[in-house]
Design a protein around this ligand. Structure first.
Ligand code: 5AD
Ligand code: SF4
Length: 418
């Protein structure tokens, strides 16, 4: 830790987190670090002596909403003179000192690298843990700001990863999600991502293994084999496709073709047609023609994604694509985005309906917010299931159920052993 955040007095901290799982993970590590130094979590921003806003730069919108939120914190500073407000994360790195100009009441700004040495091991909850195995990204996709704010790829030592997982298991965790920007590119002293997965699966007490986000470039035969053969690896992948057009993929410098991408989908679904595949899609990349856009729609139809995060292209200063002329208006990009959303919506429903009649093991997450008579859980293929509450239901418990229906995008299940 290069920067001391705390003096020796006890303080109440509050973290506001934006963006990806990696950011969530960093927030959790910060919380662990602060608590190690004696700080106590505040129940809300109003009650805090220190507010940390962990930000995301990936899309302009994410930055704008973080800035608006930070601006809203200013009155709290007027009420509590000892309150410290700090900005952390990718936006802190991306905008650096200029943030002080826009938000002069800020006390400090720290990029992701400044807290890279924070201790790990703080759980997302009692049964599921995120474990970062990689930081940074070497890919340099033309539109993406991540390599500039998070730096070059670095992989964590295998033993330290396994130790963190074992500690998490000792605290009651049974599900782990391995994190990295191109997580399946992991290698450490000759050990591949597939071998790491095998080692994680060997940890006693681990029931479900997930990872995100893999890159289509790093799907070896060895990896596909373990994904399909190791029952502890959940049958779901979030595999960003970005576009269905080879010419756009080339401009984006994604390093794979539509055909490469679809061959991974086919391999995963050939042994399990319900294998969950979710994705990220960008539409309206500079110069994207109507035909190229249609190819993305046809990719959605062909790959039959279970769901997708869809984005209209937004130029990020400092990335190569930001120098390219945009021919599409915001309105045209929005119209394309809407077409993608509508099409994906119907595919998501179609995929959900295929689950009806299936026997599934779900991991219980929480009581339903709408109805305290119901629990919400997740299947291995990452679908939300609502089941009727039973007295012995607990967070983190695995329950066998049969899927009996679909409501919206959520499945309805009936627990079978109660
Ligand atoms: N414009 C739109 N979407 C973007 N993403 C990343 N950069 C941009 C950008 N400049 C999307 C990608 C990525 C997800 C996290 O955000 O789809 O996978
Ligand atoms: Fe960004 Fe591409 Fe790296 Fe993903 S793989 S973080 S899109 S540069």
């Amino acid at each position: 830790m290069q920067v001391r955040l705390l003096n020796s007095f006890l303080l109440n901290y509050f973290i506001i987190s934006y963006g990806c799982q990696m950011n969530e993970y960093d927030s959790a590590r910060l919380a662990a670090f602060l608590e190690f130094q004696g700080a106590i979590p505040a129940i809300n921003a109003e009650k805090a002596d220190m507010i940390l806003v962990n930000t995301c730069s990936v899309r302009a919108k994410a930055e704008e909403s973080a800035i608006a939120r930070i601006r809203d914190l200013k009155p709290l500073k007027e009420r509590n003179k000892s309150l410290k407000i700090g900005v952390l994360g990718c936006m802190a790195k991306n905008r650096g000192e200029s943030l002080f100009k826009d938000l002069p009441f800020l006390d400090f700004v720290l990029g992701p690298k400044d807290y890279g040495e924070l201790p790990a091991a703080k759980l997302a909850n009692n049964y599921s843990a995120f474990i970062a195995i990689q930081s940074g990204c070497n890919m340099k996709c033309s539109y993406c700001i991540v390599p500039y704010v998070r730096g070059m790829e670095q992989y964590r030592e295998v033993d330290s990863v396994l130790k963190e997982i074992e500690e998490a298991v000792a605290n009651g965790v049974s599900e782990v999600t391995l994190l990295g920007q191109t997580v399946n590119g992991y290698r450490y002293k000759g050990l591949s991502f597939a071998s790491l997965l095998r080692r994680v699966a060997d940890v006693k007490g681990i029931e479900r293994i997930r990872f995100m986000s893999p890159h289509p470039k790093h799907y070896s035969g060895e990896l596909l084999e373990i994904l399909l053969c190791e029952p502890k690896i959940a049958p779901h992948v979030h595999l960003p496709a970005q576009s269905g057009s080879n010419s756009i993929l080339k401009k984006m410098k994604r390093q794979y073709t539509r055909e490469n991408y679809l061959s991974i989908v086919e391999a995963l679904r050939s042994s399990n047609s319900l294998y969950g595949i979710t994705t990220d899609i960008i539409c309206g990349y500079p110069g994207e023609t109507e035909e190229e856009f249609e190819e993305t729609l046809s990719l959605l139809r062909e790959a039959k994604f279970d769901s997708a995060f869809t984005f209209a292209y937004s130029p990020r200063e400092g990335t190569p694509s930001a120098l390219e002329k945009e021919f599409l208006s915001e309105k045209q990009k929005k119209a394309r985005l809407q077409k993608i959303i509508d099409l994906q919506h119907s595919i998501t429903l179609e995929r959900a309906k295929l689950m009806i009649g299936q026997s599934e093991k779900i991991l219980l997450e929480k009581l339903s917010r709408k109805n305290s008579d119901e629990w919400v859980g997740k299947t291995g293929n990452f679908k939300r299931v609502v089941v009727k509450a039973q007295p012995n239901f607990r967070e983190g418990m695995y329950v066998d159920c049969v899927i009996e229906g679909v409501k919206g995008h959520t499945l309805r299940g009936v627990a079978s052993q109660f």
